[in-house]
Write a protein that binds this ligand. Structure first.
Ligand SMILES: Nc1ncnc2c1ncn2[C@@H]1O[C@H](COP(=O)(O)OP(=O)(O)OP(=O)(O)O)[C@@H](O)[C@H]1O
Ligand SMILES: [Mg+2]
Length: 327
């Protein structure tokens, strides 16, 4: 097995609202190994972005890591200073966001924005940095790069802007790339091209990827392993094939049934009734209890552990006893 690049160890993130602290992430434990593509899936508000922001040292001011440890390579990065983070971000680990328009500077030509990352992290001349930027732009499938180098973000299409973001994120050859819903704002054809590009980059350079999406259909196209999140918890974690063939958690089953299927054309799409509870509404029981058709009184009382059902598969559900059998 490849060594772990990132280890999240029992992470809890809480928001201060008024005088109270509300946990938004709880018991988040997982590892990302070299070259791996790990998917994180869950509905809006489940904590996918907070998980990635805590890995990047970019949590919003009102949020804090109240428990646990984040280990990147050999270093504990849980309480790093802003200055120390600047040395890591871009070089060891980088991120692409859902909406490139808010992540790109509208006033700076895109070529300059791409080469800036290299100039910060390596001692090379401006001329060499420009060369690297142009090469990277070509690599991510942009054409007429010499001209594009001088253009501004608003002159590009959504798909081209996302390619620019990928070039910026990968130019320093980070070991780990976090892609937070990178294709949600794009139409399906462009979405497929961007997914192919990320997969290709992963295979060529060995960059590990955390790929975040609310769409299990997209996750199954690109990921090796999947983490399913619900209301701030990891509820299931398995290799993608295992999760699709033998899903355990009732929430995962619901997500799988919600994937549009050409064979069911004309039938109404399955939806999981109810919604993700807000961080102020979370109770002491299983986070999914309010929406689960298999819930029992035990589920109201306590949060299940994230327990192994095989060497590679974990699930947080009272339906599965310690021996991994359905009760
Ligand atoms: N600045 C904030 N203040 C208070 N609560 C917040 C803040 N940011 C996020 N939250 C809460 O934390 C929870 C997790 O949010 P997060 O953005 O990680 O969800 P997500 O899974 O990325 O959702 P989406 O799919 O919509 O991007 C949500 O319940 C959200 O309301
Ligand atoms: Mg998000």
């Amino acid at each position: 097995m490849e060594p772990a690049l990132l280890a999240m160890q029992d992470i809890e993130v809480a928001f201060s609202v008024g005088k109270k602290d509300y946990p938004a992430l709880q018991g988040i434990s997982f590892e990302v190994r070299e070259k791996e593509v790990l998917g994180i899936v869950g509905e809006s508000g489940c904590g996918k972005s907070l998980t990635s922001l805590s890995v990047m040292g970019l949590l919003p001011g009102a949020a804090k890591i109240s428990k646990g440890k984040i280990v990147l390579g050999d270093s504990d990065v849980t309480n790093l200073t802003a200055e120390a983070w600047c040395k890591i971000r871009g070089k060891q680990i980088s991120m692409i966001f859902q909406d490139p328009m808010t992540a790109l500077n509208p006033l700076v030509p895109i070529g300059r924005q791409i080469e800036e990352t290299v100039l910060i992290h390596s001692a090379i001349s401006k001329k060499e940095a420009k060369q690297r930027a142009l090469e990277m732009m070509t690599k991510v499938g942009l054409s007429r790069v010499e001209q594009l180098y001088h253009e501004y973000p608003h002159q590009l299409s959504g798909g081209m802007r996302q390619r620019v973001m990928i070039a910026m994120a990968l130019i320093c050859e980070p070991q780990l790339l976090i892609a937070d819903e990178p294709t949600t704002a794009l139409d399906v054809t462009i979405q497929a091209q961007i997914l192919d590009l990320l997969r290709q980059m992963n295979q060529e350079t060995g960059t590990a990827i955390i790929f975040i999406s609310h769409d299990l259909g997209v996750i199954r196209e690109v990921c090796d392993r999947v983490i399913v999140m619900y209301a701030g918890y990891i509820v299931e974690d398995a290799p993608v094939a295992e999760l699709l063939e033998a899903p355990k958690h009732p929430y995962t089953l619901g997500l799988l049934q919600s994937i549009p299927d050409i064979e069911k054309r004309g039938q109404p799409l399955y939806t999981i009734s109810g919604r993700v509870p807000a961080i102020t509404e979370r109770s002491t029981g299983c986070p999914f209890v309010g929406r689960c058709s298999s819930a029992s009184p035990t589920c109201e009382r306590s949060v299940p552990d994230l327990a192994p059902v095989s060497d590679t598969h974990r699930v947080r559900c009272h339906l599965y006893s310690e021996v991994g059998e359905v009760i």
